[in-house]
Design a protein around this ligand. Structure first.
Ligand code: HEC
Length: 138
C-alpha cells in the first residue's frame, strides 16, 4: 500500500470516531409536561443574569443582538461554545462594530455554559415557552 492510500484509510477510519466524540457531548434538556430539569432551569437563571441584556428577555432577541431561539435551531454545541468563549466582532456596511463579547474569563458563564445551552435549545427546539419555567418535581 502506498503512503497516500495508507493516510486516506487512516483518516476515513478516524473521522466517524472524532465526529461522534464531539457531537455526543452536546448537553440535553429534559421537558416533562412543560416542566424542566434542574440544569435547564439553572440555564434560564444564568441566561437572564448575563445574556438577556443584549439577547432579550426569554432569548427572543433585541435591537442589539439576534434571537437565540432562532440561532439555536441550527447551531451545534461546538459553535455555540466557541462563540460564547471567544466572542465575535462584525462590522456592518457603515463600519459600525456589532460585538458579541468574549466570556472565557467570566465564571458566571463558563461554569454554566452547558445549562445555558440546555435552556436555549429547549426554547429553540423543545417548545419551552417564555417566562420562568417550572421545575420537574423530585
Ligand atoms: C453586550 C451584548 C451581548 C451580550 C451581553 C451577549 N451577547 Fe451574544 N451576541 C451579541 C451580538 C451583537 C451578537 C451578534 C454578532 C454577529 O453579528 O455575528 C451575538 C451573537 C451571539 C451568538 C451567535 C448567534 C448567531 O446566530 O450566530 C450566540 C450563540 C450568543 N451571542 C450567545 C450569547 C450568550 C450565551 C450570552 C450570555 C453568556 C451572550 N451571547 C451575551 C451581543 C451580546
Amino acid at each position: 500500500m502506498n503512503k497516500v492510500r495508507a493516510i486516506a484509510l487512516c483518516v476515513s477510519f478516524l473521522m466517524p470516531i472524532l465526529a461522534t466524540a464531539s457531537e455526543g457531548e452536546a448537553p440535553q434538556y429534559v421537558i416533562e409536561n412543560g416542566k424542566v430539569d434542574k440544569g435547564t432551569y439553572n440555564g434560564y437563571r444564568r441566561f437572564h443574569g448575563t445574556c438577556h441584556a443584549c439577547h432579550g428577555q426569554d432569548a427572543a432577541g433585541s435591537s442589539f443582538a439576534p434571537s437565540l431561539t432562532e440561532s439555536l435551531k441550527t447551531m451545534d454545541y461546538a459553535t455555540f461554545k466557541k462563540t460564547v468563549m471567544e466572542g465575535r466582532e462584525v462590522k456592518d456596511a457603515s463600519g459600525a462594530v456589532n460585538a458579541m463579547p468574549p466570556f472565557a474569563n467570566d465564571k458566571n458563564v463558563t461554569k454554566h455554559l452547558d445549562d445555558i445551552y440546555r435552556y436555549l435549545t429547549a426554547r429553540a427546539n423543545g417548545g419551552l415557552g417564555a417566562g420562568r419555567p417550572e421545575r420537574i418535581p423530585k
